[in-house]
Design a protein around this ligand. Structure first.
Ligand SMILES: Cc1ncc(COP(=O)(O)O)c(C=O)c1O
Ligand SMILES: N[C@@H](CCOP(=O)(O)O)C(=O)O
Length: 465
């Protein structure tokens, strides 16, 4: 399997190369040069497999000869052995056709652990036989990627991680999960700005030849293909348990950076019968506007009770536009450069029409979110987090004649105030993160400028020799 850039001008790489590179050198994102497919018989053969066995079957075609199947299995066993539920991502039924897929049983209580626990191990494995410089990971988080990435790489050799979060705009639990990890290779930076600004700073560092020439940069955000690959697995795991390939399944996905839902799109391209993927946004709804009206134009970010989705520039949308636009890298590079200059873009007919074949969308406000939290509690006895509630609200409004699975992307205890406002109940943090509020925090707060952030990192990262 080879990986090509969505902007057509970067060198093609194998899986190992694409994982270590993170972002392509032409500013694009790596995608496989073709979608591997599983036949209906092969999908049926996943029934009854453990999560690890499903993961090996789904991911092996993407990994090619970068790892043997035995090595991949060993890494999956190690990564998913840290989850507190035997099924890793269990399904729970709320109603006769409404299900939730609980993705928050990993060490930091959010779906990011599913991919990042594996990515930390992949970095370590690929760096073992590599005599290059240590990796300098630069990441941006609206709350959950940061803690999951830090947990996955803290204390690992040949890796430094610099994680940018929007200061004051993540929940206390999210911030503390990052800032109380004391390891010499972990550096937390609060920036005076929003998540989009943090993400733009990360991309600017990758795209600055002086900076990226000096350090061996890599990414833990979903711009790194390996993140998405690991997320494709749970779509297969859940759908097969609900009757795929014999019947189609719909998924409702709380969406910000479009990584999670793009993983579902990949599962569909691989042959999984997905009725529709519902792209559920909060009021920061650039994706809903793009999918319903073809208008991808970014507005000012509005802070909400679902901070992890307070995003107006969704990195992975570029991967979708590439795939639906005949994979024409030069045309997409021009389209994206136009967007970067004007913050507005019209989808082409092929992109808009192609998306409609796979995706539905909804924008859910605070009332809809609270109503969904109350319904899950009163109807099914489940406390759900506000991000999950956005997607559940969208799932309940959509009328598909098949089971609909809402992805539960975070544990409700990560957002106790919003849960309590809606249900009157405050969810307790699981025992494994119990002393979070007693631990000491360490982070700096910087202006959201390229100069301030790059200088801070340059003083602490290990340069290429
Ligand atoms: C809890 C939670 N739900 C949903 C999302 C949105 O996921 P994505 O950015 O992959 O669209 C995030 C952040 O990524 C998150 O942390
Ligand atoms: N919601 C995310 C934002 C970053 O998304 P990513 O999936 O691209 O890492 C977060 O929790 O940080």
């Amino acid at each position: 399997m080879r990986y090509i850039s969505t902007r057509g001008a970067a060198p093609t790489l194998d899986f190992r190369g694409a994982t270590l590179a993170g972002l392509a050198s032409d500013g694009g994102l790596y995608v496989p040069d073709h979608w591997p497919t599983l036949s209906a018989d092969e999908i049926a053969g996943l029934a009854g497999l453990s999560y690890v066995d499903t993961a090996v079957a789904v991911m092996a075609p993407f990994i090619g000869d970068s790892l043997s199947r035995d090595e991949l299995r060993a890494l999956c066993e190690q990564a998913y052995g840290r989850f507190s539920h035997a099924a890793v991502t269990p399904l729970r039924q709320l109603d006769h056709d409404q299900w939730v897929l609980e993705l928050f049983h990993g060490p930091t209580l959010a779906f990011k652990d599913v991919a990042l626990q594996l990515l930390g191990l992949l970095f370590e494995r690929f760096l073992k036989d590599d005599d290059g410089a240590p990796l300098t990971i630069v990441g941006a988080t609206s709350g959950d990627t940061g803690s999951a990435a830090i947990d996955a790489v803290a204390g690992r050799e040949k890796i430094d991680i610099f994680m940018l979060h929007p200061a004051g705009r993540v929940s206390d639990v999210q911030r503390r999960q990052m800032t109380t990890v004391r390891a010499p290779n972990v550096h937390n930076i609060g920036i005076r700005g929003d998540f989009d600004t943090a993400q733009a700073l990360v991309k600017a560092m990758f795209n600055d030849p002086a900076f990226s020439g000096r350090f061996r940069l890599s990414a833990v955000n979903s711009i790194n293909w390996a993140r998405l690959m690991a997320q494709v697995v749970y779509y297969f795991y859940a759908a097969v348990r609900l009757g795929a390939p014999g019947r189609p399944i719909a998924f409702s996905v709380p969406t910000g950076n479009f990584g999670d839902v793009f993983a579902g799109y990949v599962a569909a391209r691989m042959g999984l019968p997905i009725e529709r993927l519902i792209v559920a946004t909060n009021v920061n709804d650039i994706l809903h506007r793009a999918l319903s009206a073809g208008d991808y134009s970014s507005a000012t970010v509005v802070p909400t009770a679902t901070p992890s989705m307070d995003i107006q520039v969704s990195s992975n949308f570029e991967r979708l536009l590439f795939d639906l636009g005949d994979r024409d890298g030069a045309a997409l590079a021009a389209q994206m450069q136009g967007f970067e200059a004007s913050r507005a873009m019209r989808l082409t007919n092929a992109q808009h029409g192609g998306a409609a074949a796979h995706l539905a969308s909804a924008s859910v406000n605070a009332d809809g979110m609270a109503l969904a939290m109350r319904w899950a509690h009163e109807h099914a006895g489940e406390l759900i987090d506000p991000h999950t509630a956005i997607a559940l609200s969208a799932a309940r409004s959509a009328a598909f004649d098949c089971p609909t699975v809402t992805l539960a992307t975070a544990h409700p205890a990560k957002f106790p105030e919003a849960v309590e406002r809606a249900t009157g109940l405050s969810p307790a943090l699981p025992a494994r993160v119990g002393d979070l509020f007693e631990r000491e925090e360490a982070f700096v707060t910087l202006d959201a400028t390229f100069d301030a952030v790059s200088a801070y990192i340059a003083e602490r990262a290990t340069p290429r020799s």
